[in-house]
Design a protein around this ligand. Structure first.
Ligand code: TGC
Ligand code: FAD
Length: 408
């Protein structure tokens, strides 16, 4: 059982002695489509999650605390920007390797995957793609190693699904800009060293910039009371006449396509990540169904339990094939934003449905932290909403197939 981790008034991370018995599930031998490098990356991250995440995650989620000590470890295993070039702090691997690393991290916890995917896809990627060479050299190696922590500020209190309505703004003031406004729901912000922020200039054009925390007028209050993603830290970004050096503003990218291009990268990782959460729930439910007896036989022998498990592995297999094909397209530079939307929406919803069914198979035990399913289920409620809600992605697919825009 867990304890509350407190000794002499100091909160420490207590390690559970419970063994992580997770085994991967690959009904259609999708592994045969992967290279030896993909499998090596997958197994290394799976081992790291078993050693570093599984023993502590229930305790941290219980206390709604972020395991900050893992930021460095995530850097050491190459979880930040796996598909970015090594000279810019990335892993130099391909898009499938990036996806499979996100899958294994989210198998541990969606909040741990968030720690990595925000840093890699929403902070390092825009700096790599849009910042000056000097800014890249200044920030990327330290972000890649986990020495610096970054966050991404797009959402505002009154502009979530509709970021083009943002009111955060910059005004030219000689050798610097003055930044005012607020961002809401920002993963990692209270522990961040820097933020990639999107704000409108005096012409109303969206611009991106790096803003270092500690700059006078910039605060990052934490948001409390989340029942989801409890091991991930979330906060606001508040800017009151913050001086942003001109060299920190990305020179060439203008408009909403800047932040949306970063979201494509992160949504792609989530399409893979959700499979990890689904596999963990299925794995736990399958084992429970074989071990738990009622009416004199294992509950897995009842047809209704078999229906649940058979449908779960079918949906996981479909999601794996979707992710693999999307990864192949991404490797060729051919994955469209709408294809990424379809995979994010399908795979996250699939994982949430599986978490709910797995919870039922565990009966009353399913609501406890003896099993990972309720934690995954609560996490996936956020994953369904962030990076574009379930319905926004449906409308992106709808627009793509009809050619008619529901947002305008
Ligand atoms: P719209 O007019 O459609 O597009 C504006 C411009 O952007 C281009 N574009 C994209 N470019 C790259 N990648 C994409 N995915 C793109 N989608 C669109 C588009 O071609 C256009 O280019 P141009 O050259 O014509 O200017 O824009 P809109 O204002 O109508 O909005 C469309 C909509 C609703 C789909 C978009 O606003 C949207 O996706 N909304 C959802 C917002 C969202 O996803 N927010 C996420 C915040 S970050 C987050 O949640 C992080 S969670 C982190 C974690 O912990 O993991
Ligand atoms: P709203 O946009 O107000 O949507 C409310 C409801 O209305 C939803 O069901 C939505 O689907 C629906 N809706 C909206 N517009 C339409 C429409 N046109 N048609 C039909 N239905 C519609 N943001 C960041 O910038 N950086 C981060 O790091 C980040 N991390 C997050 C971490 C957590 C834990 C959470 C919960 C959110 C995070 N977000 C982050 C914000 C996230 O991206 C937004 O919550 C999300 O985009 C939805 O915005 P909203 O919450 O304002 O909901």
């Amino acid at each position: 059982m867990q304890n509350n981790g407190k000794s002499n008034g100091t909160v420490t991370h207590s390690k559970s002695t419970k063994q992580d018995r997770f085994q991967g599930h690959d009904y259609y031998n999708v592994d045969a489509l992967l290279s030896s490098d993909h499998l090596l990356a997958r197994d290394a991250v799976r081992d790291w999650v078993k050693q570093e995440v599984s023993p502590i995650i229930e305790d941290y989620a219980n206390r709604a605390e972020c395991p900050k000590h893992l930021f460095k470890g995530l850097g050491e295993i190459g979880a930040y920007g796996p598909s970015l070039p090594t000279e810019y702090g990335g892993g130099g691997m391909d898009e499938i390797a990036y996806g499979i690393i996100m899958q294994e991290l989210e198998r541990g916890d969606s909040g741990i995957r968030s720690m990595a995917s925000v840093q890699g896809s929403l902070v390092m990627y825009p700096i790599y793609r849009y910042a000056s060479e000097a800014q890249k050299k200044k920030y990327l190696p330290k972000l890649g190693s986990g020495e610096f922590i970054g966050c991404f500020g797009l959402t505002e209190p009154d502009h979530g699904s509709n970021p083009s309505g943002m009111v955060t703004n910059i005004k030219d003031n000689g050798d610097h800009y003055i930044l005012n406004g607020a961002k809401m729901w920002i993963t990692n912000s209270p522990v961040a060293d820097l933020a990639v922020v999107w704000a409108k200039d005096e012409e109303g054009v969206i611009r991106g910039m790096v803003v270092e925390t500690g700059t006078p007028g910039f605060t990052t209050p934490e948001i409390h009371g989340k029942w989801s993603l409890r091991a991930s830290i979330t906060g606001e970004l508040v800017f009151e006449d913050v001086k942003v050096p001109k060299e920190n503003v990305f020179p060439d990218i203008k408009g909403l396509k800047g932040p949306l291009s970063c979201l494509s990268k992160a949504r792609y990782g989530i399409a893979w990540g959700a499979i990890g959460a689904a596999m963990d729930c299925y794995d736990s439910a399958l084992r429970y169904s074989q071990e738990r007896e009622q009416f004199g036989k294992p509950i897995g022998q009842f047809q209704l339990t078999q229906k649940k498990l058979a449908e779960m592995i079918t949906e996981i297999t479909k999601a794996q094939l979707l992710a693999w094909r999307l990864g192949s397209l991404a490797n060729d530079g051919k994955a469209t934003p709408a294809q990424i939307s379809m995979a994010k929406r399908n795979n996250v919803n699939m994982a949430l449905e599986i978490a709910r069914e797995a919870r039922q198979i565990h009966g009353g035990m399913g609501i406890t932290n003896e099993y990972p399913v309720m934690r995954h289920m609560m996490n996936l409620e956020t994953v369904l909403t962030y990076e574009g809600t379930h319905d926004i992605h449906l409308l992106i697919t709808g627009m793509d197939v009809t050619g008619l825009n529901a947002f305008k």
